[in-house]
Every structure is written in C-alpha cells, then in structure tokens.
Design a protein around this ligand. Structure first.
Ligand SMILES: *[C@@H]1O[C@H](CO)[C@@H](O)[C@H](O)[C@H]1NC(C)=O
Ligand SMILES: *[C@@H]1O[C@H](CO)[C@@H](O)[C@H](O)[C@H]1NC(C)=O
Ligand SMILES: *[C@@H]1O[C@H](CO)[C@@H](O)[C@H](O)[C@H]1NC(C)=O
Ligand SMILES: *[C@@H]1O[C@H](CO)[C@@H](O)[C@H](O)[C@H]1NC(C)=O
Length: 398
C-alpha cells in the first residue's frame, strides 16, 4: 500500500502538466517536497534555510501560547477609525501559517495545536467582511492566506478531524461568494469591468483557487483558473500584463503591468500575486506559469528591469477611469518576498533565461536579510501581510 501511494505521488510529481483528476494535498503554496528540502538544509545548517528558520521561530507569532483575536465582523477601509480591524485577521493568519509551518518542519505538535486553535476560532466566529469596496481586498488577500494556512495544517490528524470542516465551511460561506461576486462584476460601484486595479482581482482569483483546493471544490477551482485565462477584468493575465513591449537593446519581450503607471509598490504586489496564482496552480498540476508565452515571467522581467534603475518602454494606459502616459517612479525598487519563487520556477525548474528576475532576487536579498522572510516578520503595515513569503526557506533549491 505504502509503495503504491509513494509511486502515485511520484507519478504526480513527474506529470506537472496533466489536468488534476483529484486535488493534491498539501498543494497550495507549500508542498511536502518543499518541507523535506527545508528540513534537510536546516539540519545540515545551511543558509539561507537556517537563517530563515531561525527568524521564523524567533517571532512572537510563531510561538506558543498565542491568543486568537477572532471577531465576527472584519472591516478594511475607514482607516484610522475604530472600525478598521482587519489587522486582527491578518496578524492571526500570520500566526496560524507560521505555527503550521513550524509544526511541519519540526514535527512538534504544540505548534499544530496552536495553529488549529487560531483557525478554528476564526472558522467559528467570522461572519461578515465590511468596509466598502475594500472588503473585497480582505476577501481576496486574507481569503487565499487563510486557505493556505488551513491547507498546510490539514495533515495534522486532530485538525483534519475536528477543525478543517469548520474553517472550510466558513471560507465557502463568507469568503468564496465574495470572491465570485467581485470577479463576476456584481458590485454596483464598478464603472466598467476594468475599473479595479489588477491586484484587487488577482487576489480574488488566488482566493477562489485556494478555497477550491482546500474544500476540494472543482467548481471554485475551475472558476479561478478560467478567470485567470479568460476573465474580462484586470485579474485576467492578458489584462494584468497589458502590453508586450521590446526590451531596449535586446528586443526581448517584456510585459508591462497594469499598475505600472500607478506606482511600483502596487506593481510589486501584482507580481507577488501572479507568483501565488502560478504556484498554487503548479502544485495542482496546472501550468499557468507558462501560459501565453510565460506572460507572468514577462511581467516580472519588465518590473525587475525598471525597478533596478533601467528604462523600459511604456504604452499609454487607460481603463476609462485613470490615464497613465508614463511609468511611475513612485516606490521604485520596492521588494516583496516573491523572487525566490519566481527565480526557482523559471530559472531552476524550467531552465529559462530570466536575467532581470535573477538580478531582482539578489536585490531583494540585499533589502531583506540575505534571505526572504515571511508574514509577520516585519512591521505592522498592510503590505507586509499581503503574502506568506518565506521564499528562501521554501523555494530555494538545494
Ligand atoms: C463549491 O463552490 C461553488 C461555487 O464555486 C458553490 O456554489 C458550491 O456550493 C460549492 N460546493 C460545495 C459542496 O460546497
Ligand atoms: C474566452 O472569452 C471569449 C470572449 O469573452 C469567448 O469568446 C471564449 O469562448 C472564451 N473562452 C473560453 C475558454 O471560455
Ligand atoms: C496572449 O498574448 C498575445 C500577445 O499579447 C495576445 O494577443 C493574446 O490575445 C493572448 N492570449 C492568448 C489566449 O493567447
Ligand atoms: C546573484 O548573487 C549571487 C551570489 O552573490 C551571484 O553568484 C550571482 O551571479 C548573482 N546573480 C545575478 C543575476 O546577478
């Protein structure tokens, strides 16, 4: 039986292109292969794994006891008022994910128990997301993160038995309908289907996919994949990367991001979320990374070249609401933990030439601590909670 199961897993690993006939677990941002490699490198005391791990276990949100702050309504927006309480959710997600990761790597069940407690408390308590249109950012960003934390923990039997269903039910009831409503353009505030910047839709695509895997719900999964390929808004890859332009000098294709004219911090988030979507799909045997001429990579290359201080062509952009005639240099050089993942996928796994992505990884490592850290390891600003990170621990190859 064991031999058959191992053979089957091996078979799946060898066939990353096949349609998923069944869902792979854990199979969102983290697989068991990622964990095994991290474990081996940590016990061999090798960097960047060891430094990443030491950072992870030093954080207050990766330690026990941890008290969850679950509430029944989360507001995003109305910043500065008493209403804005989304930090309660994203701080608890950081703890749940980090504790689950700590358990996966160390095997120490006190961390799994603590992660389960946090996730179950939100599963039992959260009823509503509020705060104007910003509530869809919560549904998208915290939706995919929550599903990822629960997916990572699902291999812990007490959670699988007594918690998973509670968390999954809440995500299907509270979050997924919002992801779908938003991407189906069901929100009256939308002036046209391209109203919302790419990030707003990309995080909702990531959430629908992640909840699909967690709940083994093929409809939700297919919805996310289909939107990425063929949706009418900016969460569709051809709209998230609006134009293919030629690199000065080489003529190589580069992909202009939909938020390039806005600022580079939001552009960086776009690349981060495309990495999430690509990785979640890849781990289920669907290759979105290579979709349409590796359009995700072309976007990363454009972003990285410009953000390292070089020029890029810019095609004037409008969605009928905002107009950009040139690229924005605001927050140029912005680093978000996503470049280990992208470099590992395109350069190491696929063997492609990704010179700017490779350079941007080095730039990011300089900005960080020599390794890409993860959620909860920086200050309290929202941007630090938009992704799970830990790229050097999880995605650097041996
Ligand atoms: C699966 O997700 C769809 C939405 O994509 C939802 O309508 C359906 O109820 C879900 N199925 C289950 C069994 O929860
Ligand atoms: C994608 O969208 C276009 C136009 O919106 C439509 O004609 C086409 O059939 C769609 N493709 C798929 C696979 O749904
Ligand atoms: C892929 O990219 C090309 C070039 O930008 C574009 O014309 C095309 O519509 C895209 N979509 C598909 C599904 O090929
Ligand atoms: C990145 O840094 C490493 C180590 O310092 C170096 O070997 C490599 O050449 C650098 N890569 C790029 C693309 O600059």
């Amino acid at each position: 039986m064991v031999a058959v199961a191992l053979f089957f897993q091996f078979f799946l690993l060898l066939l990353p292109q096949v349609c998923s006939l069944e869902f792979v677990h854990p199979g969102l941002m983290v697989t068991n292969a990622n964990i095994e490699l991290a474990k081996n490198q940590i016990s061999a005391k090798k960097d960047p794994w060891l430094s990443s791990w030491n950072r992870l276990i030093s954080l207050q949100c990766s330690n026990t006891p941890y008290t969850s702050s679950a509430v029944n309504t989360i507001y995003r927006g109305d910043w500065g008022t008493n209403n804005a309480n989304v930090h309660l959710l994203w701080q608890d997600i950081a703890a749940a994910f980090n504790l689950a990761l700590r358990w996966k790597i160390s095997g120490d069940t006190q961390y799994a128990d603590a992660a389960a407690k946090i996730l179950v408390s939100w599963g039992e308590t959260l009823q509503t997301l509020g705060g104007g249109d910003d509530k869809y950012l919560t549904a998208g960003l915290q939706g995919y993160e929550l599903a990822n934390a629960a997916e990572l923990l699902r291999g812990y039997p007490p959670f699988a038995k007594n918690g998973l269903a509670i968390v999954t039910d809440m995500l299907l009831r509270v979050i997924l309908p919002m992801n779908e409503k938003f991407l189906n353009h069901g929100e009256g505030s939308e002036h046209n289907v391209k109203h919302f910047f790419a990030n707003w839709e990309l995080c909702n695509v990531a959430s629908a996919m992640a909840i699909g895997v967690l709940a083994e719900n093929q409809t939700a999964w297919d919805f996310g994949i289909h939107y990425f390929k063929n949706g009418s808004g900016n969460g569709c890859i051809d709209n998230a990367i609006t134009n293919i332009v030629q690199e000065p000098g080489t003529g190589n294709p580069l992909g202009q991001g939909q938020e390039s004219g806005r600022d580079q911090g939001h552009s960086a988030l776009g690349i981060q979320l495309l990495g999430v979507i690509g990785q979640q799909a890849w781990n289920q045997g669907v290759d979105l990374f290579s979709y349409n001429g590796s359009r995700i990579l072309l976007g990363a290359e454009y972003f990285a070249r410009y953000n390292l201080g070089n020029d890029v062509p810019f095609v004037p952009y409008t969605n009928g609401i905002v107009h950009f005639s040139e690229i924005s240099s605001a927050s140029r050089g912005n680093a978000r933990p996503t470049w280990e993942l992208l470099n590992n996928h395109y350069v190491v796994i696929k063997g492609l030439d990704a010179p700017w992505t490779a350079k941007y990884l080095n730039h990011s490592l300089e900005v960080f601590y020599g390794y890409e850290d993860g959620i909860g390891s920086r200050g309290g600003a929202s941007g630090y909670f938009d992704g799970l990170g830990w790229g050097s621990l999880l995605y650097r190859s041996g």
